[in-house]
Design a protein around this ligand. Structure first.
Ligand code: F0G
Length: 456
């Protein structure tokens, strides 16, 4: 049979509020034209993020009841630690309340003023944490990863020549290099095993540790299974194990491939990294056997990590991305290709080509999708990644994307059919949507809270 269906039945439902266009225009005005500031209740289809928004399985709900809430050395911690060691082979495992807490403690303990941190592409919280510690975060993605139409299979790969040049220029200032799987900010594109190995080899020549941002390691494992020679007969868990075998440490947001609503971890092999991390963890997050999580969260995550590595689940998950992507491509709507692991990325630069990058075509598209159909997406473009140059002038981001992130196991095919209808409607009248200016913004992570105004 050709039909790929959800490999689960639905046991519990959550109502969705159907809103009118008038209501949505008003909500957007009240939110200063920033969809982050709209109440979730008024987002009919909420594709803001795939982070912490997934549905738990019956096995996870059952595990939740087994939570051991002891402060130190709980049974739930033991299970969490064993599961993560099984997948990663790491010597030290530390729970954190989410991914950015792991990043922030890594920055606190291993990064100093003037350091340089290479990555294929930093996620915004990673970038901000490194900058906050006084370091310069650098993105060393391959050029094909920057081309939304290039159909290369591993567009999340780090460019090895760029890495070599970066080391030649900054060697003494690089405490570690990162690699993000899948590459969220570059379209959820995968990193190949060959690339991880090649990065590690270059770093080893200079004694620089490799840290993986492993948020979507299971989706990346599936891509390797499907696209990289030699992996077709392997289990996803073995692919994941191999990926982790090449890294010295990793941060992870368990709100993604942990299939949990909260959680994160830091793992490492080096005792000299573990000790200061542990001390910082106790100060900021909690005792090392719970690290800011409840025992029940640790239980849920232990089950979720293994479910994320189930092949049929990944087949279905990737089929949902492909379904939406294929329909949009058929209608000539510009999208990032090939499909990412957790999202479809609309190419706002081509979609809203009448809007200058510094008038934020991505925001124009995000807001149009909300107004037309109550779909909440997120801009990954000049608002999220724009930089201020030395003369204080705003620089546009190389990519202007709008991410429609898919919560895990939440929406069904008719939700996707509705999205397709809304996106097509916006596409058909795209020239009627204006650009935006920012009228109020904080210094860091401005996209979360800045205020916009439509350019008249
Ligand atoms: N790294 C990557 C690649 C991420 O995508 C995220 C979160 C984080 C780190 C931080 O994890 O949220 O648990 O603190 N990404 C979410 C998103 C927020 O919408 O892409 P966190």
């Amino acid at each position: 049979m050709k039909t790929i269906f959800e490999p689960f039945r639905i046991k519990m439902t959550e109502p969705i509020r159907i809103t009118t266009k008038g209501e949505r225009i008003k909500k957007l005005e009240e939110a200063h034209q920033n969809v982050f500031l709209i109440d979730a209740e008024f987002c009919t289809i909420d594709l803001l993020t795939d982070s912490g928004t997934g549905a738990m399985s019956s096995r996870q709900w059952a595990a939740l009841m087994m939570g051991d809430e002891s402060y130190a050395g709980s049974k739930s911690w033991k299970k969490f630690e064993a599961t993560i060691k099984d997948i990663t082979g790491a010597k030290h495992v530390f729970p954190t309340h989410q991914g950015r807490a792991a990043e922030s403690l890594l920055a606190l303990t291993q990064v100093k003023e003037g350091d340089v941190i290479p990555n294929n592409s930093h996620f915004d919280t990673t970038r901000a944490n490194m900058q906050f510690a006084g370091a310069l975060p650098l993105d060393l993605l391959t050029d094909e990863g920057l081309d939304p139409e290039n159909e290369a299979p591993f567009k999340g790969n780090m460019d090895i020549d760029k890495l070599k040049n970066c080391i030649a220029e900054y060697k003494e200032r690089i405490p570690f290099c990162m690699i993000t799987v899948t590459n969220n900010t570059g379209g959820g594109q995968p990193v190949s095993m060959a690339n991880i190995k090649a990065v590690k080899k270059v770093l080893d020549e200079h004694g620089i540790p490799l840290v993986m941002d492993a948020c979507r390691f299971a989706e990346n494992s599936y891509f390797i299974h499907e696209r990289e020679e030699g992996y077709q007969d392997k289990e996803l868990i073995d692919i994941a194990r191999e990926m982790f075998s090449y890294v010295d440490a990793a941060t992870m947001s368990l709100k993604k491939d942990g299939l949990a609503n909260i959680g994160g971890f830091f793992i490492c092999n080096d005792d000299e990294w573990a000790e200061p991390f542990k001390n910082a963890l106790i100060l900021r997050e909690g005792f090392p056997t719970y690290g800011g999580l409840a025992g029940r969260d640790l239980e849920v995550i232990s089950v979720g990590l293994m479910e994320a590595l189930e092949y049929d689940y990944q087949v279905y998950r990737h089929a949902t991305v492909e379904y939406l992507l294929k329909k949009l491509v058929e209608k000539g709507i510009p999208v990032m290709r090939p499909g990412g692991g957790h999202a479809v990325f609309l190419d706002a630069k081509r979609f809203m080509d009448h809007i200058d990058p510094l008038q934020y075509p991505g925001i124009a598209l995000v807001n149009a999708l909300y107004e037309e159909g109550g779909i909440r997406g997120v801009e990954l473009g000049s608002v999220m990644f724009g930089q201020i140059d030395d003369e204080g002038k705003e620089q546009a981001s190389p990519l202007e994307l709008v991410r429609l992130a898919f919560p895990r196991r939440v929406y069904t095919q008719s939700h996707f059919d509705y999205m397709i209808e809304v996106i097509e409607e916006v596409w058909n009248k795209r020239k009627t949507f204006p650009g935006y200016t920012i009228v109020k913004q904080p210094k860091l992570l401005r996209h979360f809270s800045c205020h916009f105004e439509k350019i008249k």
